[in-house]
Design a protein around this ligand. Sequence first.
Ligand SMILES: [Zn+2]
Length: 331
Amino acid sequence: MRKKIICFTVWFMMVNCFIAQSTAYSAEPNKNEEYDKLMSLYKKVETITTIPWYVFAAVDQYERNVRHSRRDIPKANGLIEIYIKPEVWSGPINPNINDTDPRTIGLFGGIGQDGNGDQKADPNNDEDVLYTFANYLQKYGTNIDNIRIGLWNYYKRDKAVGLILGHMKLYKKYGTLDLDKHAFPIPRGYNFTYHNTWGDARGWGGRRIHEGTDIFANYGVPVRSTCYGVVEMKGWNRYGGWRVGIRDIDNTYHYFAHLNGFADGLKTGQVVEPGQLIGSVGSSGYGPPGTSGKFPPHLHYGLYKDNGRTEWSFDPYPHLKAWERAERKKK
Ligand SMILES: [Zn+2]
């Protein structure tokens, strides 16, 4: 049923090694300290501008993810990772692209602002960067509809605005920046098996590569969210059958396919948390809506990443192993 294509497997393993390094899934000890510092920066600018802290948190997190997966954007000097291009900061006709004088920046149509009161608009200073972005948004107004328009004019990309609005929902609901916790999709007490099937060939629907891990379990076994996230997709797809897609705070898309059914009331746009019931194991897919039983029941679980331009899949197997191990350790 599955013939391995060696060269693809090796290539995907190499790609995966690179991505695994950039997507750390376990919270490091100094992470909490960093979250505290960031939160106080966001709250400080909220006080000045009345734009809610979670707007800044969401934009900053979106840009953090983009920056970490791209090479054409320089590394951030501080904690805030919002990147404002030098010509936008200093002004498009400013002869001094590294200008830090708020008066001349203003004169040449730049957006750079002094946020910390040192009379300099420094693109390498956290408070100046955050305040500059807040000041830009504030021109559109401070309610959510105005912020949406401001974001669209800044990014000119629907996907970026959608992702940022999703992050905002999560931060607002949980009131914290620490949304790194994950869960294994199948709860304890149920039988299941899975192997590393990344890159295997798939017969149905033309030449495709298996972009995920198959977790074999019986019909009706509960399937849970693996992350804090927003339900981005729910419904039928020819390959995946009844499927759910959840977008987490790292811009990672968690894909659950071949489901038997969905959790009661689950809908797109809904916020979910690790371990929350989203559906059950089935064998739907490989045909028009309702097709089922063309293969043994299993959960197909995939992970996809967004870098602000494109999306690509990466191997969920090592992450599933880590989450399974972490849950076993707890009890
Ligand atoms: Zn699969």
